[in-house]
Design a protein around this ligand. Structure first.
Ligand code: PBG
Length: 326
């Protein structure tokens, strides 16, 4: 190994062309999935205070947004539902007429080239805000599985390309795979939120979706943020149960988890750049404390460099535009 003065790493940093040649990580709009919050109605575009630039959309507006994303090169969306009613079991989650299902049908008809993913969970739909059915004060794992499977099946019937369970029940990937295959949906893929922690970074999402738990918290089913080895077990189990791709969530405080997952598993890995991560950037940018464009591209580069194949991010449209502009 030769050292200074023979070796000078600055030589290949001198011009944009040289830097371009040796850049190790590249971002592309194709790597982004844009989350969309959908609700019933027509022409509805409700701003969400804690997520500046993000709206609750009626199905027609979700289509317009999806078409705008597609022109920017973002070819995937993930749908989250704002229900009309909430009950103990979250039954609107598997209602074929609910907003997610309605939007999925419209998107597959009018924008067929865009990949439609759906979040499969009950928390937006339950009156208590937990991700499954309750037995006393606890979420009953096994009683929740058939309900998640029904919701996933309803999304598949509506045309979803990918269903993404985010509930963290044990065994839900196998339950969903079984239900899909049993009904002829062998081609519907499963992206499991495999390593999802009980994180404080979901605050703005819960405001957007009205899904904060009415009592307690989610620590009895979502992972402890402190555990990396357990995250690897979660991923291995979900892949064993038939997940086509696995997710690490949130992203920024978990880059080591993404990195290790990349080294251990050959399956596609997604990372969710969650609502709290987005809100912090938007708040600092609004105050003039950071350069939003540079910070966002640096964050997304970091997530991809750590090993994510694709990123769910509320910055998708902006980032795609900035990448295009160069
Ligand atoms: C559960 C779900 C949540 C998020 C995605 N799916 C909320 C939670 O677990 O409390 C959070 C996403 C974000 O913060 O951007 N349906």
């Amino acid at each position: 190994m030769t050292a200074f003065p023979t070796t000078r790493l600055r030589r290949l940093r001198r011009t944009p062309a040289l830097r371009g040649l040796v850049r190790e990580t590249r971002l592309s709009a194709e790597q982004f999935v844009s989350p969309l919050f959908v609700r019933h109605g027509k022409g509805v575009r409700e701003p969400i205070a804690s997520l500046p630039g993000v709206h609750r959309l009626s199905p027609d507006e979700a289509l317009a947004e999806t078409q705008r994303l597609a022109t920017l090169g973002v070819a995937a969306v993930i749908l989250f539902g704002i229900p009309e009613r909430k009950d103990e079991t979250g039954s609107e989650a598997w209602d074929d007429a609910a907003a997610v299902q309605e939007t999925a049908r419209i998107l597959k008809r009018e924008a067929p080239s865009v990949a439609v993913m759906t979040d499969v969970c009950l928390d937006e739909y339950t009156s208590h805000g937990h991700c499954g059915v309750l037995r006393g004060d606890e979420v009953d794992n096994d009683a929740t599985l058939p309900l998640l499977a029904k919701a996933a099946l309803s999304h598949a019937r509506a045309g979803a390309d990918v269903v993404a369970p985010s509930d963290m029940m044990d065994g839900r990937v196998a339950a969903i795979r079984g239900a899909l295959d049993g009904a002829g949906f062998q081609e519907t893929a499963i992206l499991s939120y495999a390593a999802k922690t009980a994180s404080a970074f979901y605050g703005p999402f819960r405001e957007a979706a009205g899904s904060a738990p009415k009592f307690g918290d989610r620590r009895a089913y979502q992972m402890d943020p402190a555990n990396r080895r357990e995250a690897m077990r979660e991923i291995a189990l979900d892949l064993d149960e038939g997940a086509d791709a696995v997710m690490v969530k949130p992203a920024l405080a978990y880059l080591d988890v993404i990195r290790e997952a990349r080294q251990r598993f050959d399956a596609p890995i997604a990372a969710y750049n969650v609502s709290g991560e987005y809100a912090m950037v938007k708040a600092a940018a609004a105050n003039g404390w950071i350069d939003e464009r540079r910070v966002v591209l640096e964050i997304l580069t970091g997530i991809v460099r750590a090993g994510a194949d694709f990123v769910l991010t509320y910055h998708a449209a902006d980032a795609a535009r900035w990448i295009e502009e160069g």
